[in-house]
Design a protein around this ligand. Sequence first.
Ligand code: ADP
Ligand code: MG
Length: 356
Amino acid sequence: MSEPKIRVAVVFGGRSTEHAISCVSAASVLATVDTDRFDVLPIGITPEGAWVLAPGASTLAIEGDALPSVTSGTELVLAGAHVVMLEKTRAGEVLGDVDVVLPMLHGAFGEDGTIQGLLELAGIPYVGSGVLASAVAMDKAFAKRVLAAEGLPIAPYELVARDETTLSQEQRDRLGLPVFVKPCRAGSSHGISKVTDWSQLHDAIEVARTIDPKVIVEAEVIGREIECGVLQFPDGRIEASLPAEVRTSGDWYDFETKYLDDSLAVDIPAKMDDTLTEKIRAMSIRVFRAVDCEGLARVDFFVRDNGDVLVNELNTMPGFTPSSAYPKMWSVTGLDMKTLVSTLIDTALGRGTGLR
Ligand SMILES: Nc1ncnc2c1ncn2[C@@H]1O[C@H](COP(=O)(O)OP(=O)(O)O)[C@@H](O)[C@H]1O
Ligand SMILES: [Mg+2]
């Protein structure tokens, strides 16, 4: 007799600015997951925060310029290890047990420790980092503090005081121009501006604040943009993929460049010598450990012409869209997407929940 299938809830959409990207990531996962081993329950979270039984992969892709979203469906709640349907005519019908959750959510209320906390409380194993690592990685300022404390190289930055709409002269002098103004807890380049003249700073801070009241300003780093995938295997081993390079013909890697136009070139693997490749891979694992990540992460770097490597940021639930680097980096490293997803789920199941 064949083994009973493992029930995996793939949760996507959500309340963050990265709702659409999360849907596209989920579509790729739903299309490749090993259905011989896993029974998949697609659960969408609407932009308002309702959990619904979602359609399959076909309706979740990017069509031309139109971005997908989770709109409606039978409402669900997660109760212990059960998913319960909330149809009016059927008072709270249990839809089934869930063995493991794949929170394919990017950004706030997903990648930031909140859903991880919910799953810890419910005692359901889940893919990826726990509460603390997710929250630290989501907050660019906190992540930088942790990385700096571990001796990892980062660019100079300043936090905008909560009651200020600008930086002091001393802070400006420390950074110099240009600077990047960013919402502290966002992604996909939402709300980020490059400021080349201090007269633009106030407006750039206001733009970032439409997404997050906490705003960080960073000195520009001129160099190559390199990414590296980190993956934890069920036996605990942590490995780094071959790195990738993102090259933009425009000035920087904004949202349009990331997902909508074709001015983006991604080299997978990145064209670089073995010494630099190994330095990036080793540093990625140090970043993963410094933040206490689990499961997976994508670590993003800047590499200056003189060979200096700086950590830009880490993502604890990197994109899995057809144009995303994370699954492609693993594929050139020898792990296809189906095996990658199975590894993520097996690692989560082996780990369980609770203090560890
Ligand atoms: N300090 C910096 N120097 C140069 N370019 C930067 C800097 N910070 C961000 N950028 C550009 O902006 C993009 C998005 O910034 P990032 O910090 O990665 O935010 P997100 O979390 O939205 O991906 C980067 O990929 C890069 O192109
Ligand atoms: Mg980034």
